[in-house]
Design a protein around this ligand. Structure first.
Ligand SMILES: [Zn+2]
Ligand SMILES: [Zn+2]
Length: 138
């Protein structure tokens, strides 16, 4: 995801309005590695700017996703998480506290995989489930 200032320009170039609410969301999402849901982002935004609407949060997330600034990731039947890291990566999900961490797999295309013969993959996503370092300690 580009910087908040670059996003302001990109939104204006597309004829989209850039309100202070949207600029707050750009700032909260930039370099955010916590994979927020719309609800957690809304809670965080409300604490800084009471009165911001959930609708604005959803609309901004939809626009940023459509512009390729955010990836949307889901794990099982859970809610969508928004990821400003649009580089190729995978995730580790802590089933105790819910923390989601970025994981990089080198040579994922070299893995010994059975059952893909004849299938042409466009992408792959690996999700590790378990306990994060701080939950595993307790
Ligand atoms: Zn944890
Ligand atoms: Zn991620």
């Amino acid at each position: 995801m580009r910087s908040p200032a670059q996003l302001v320009d990109a939104f204006r170039a597309q004829g989209l309005k850039v309100t202070p609410q949207r600029q707050l969301l750009f700032r909260l999402l930039h370099d955010n590695d916590r994979h927020p849901t719309a609800d957690t982002l809304y809670a965080q935004a409300t604490s800084e700017m009471p009165g911001i609407s959930l609708r604005t949060v959803y609309q901004t997330l939809t626009d940023l996703t459509a512009m390729g600034e955010l990836d949307q990731v889901t794990f099982g039947s859970g809610p969508a998480h928004f990821d400003p890291n649009v580089a190729d990566h995978h995730h580790a999900v802590c089933d105790v506290c819910g923390a989601i961490t970025d994981v990089y797999v080198d040579g994922a295309d070299q893995l010994a995989i059975d059952g893909l013969a004849g299938f042409r993959p466009d992408s792959a996503s690996i999700v590790f489930h378990g306990s994060c370092a701080s939950c595993a300690r307790t």
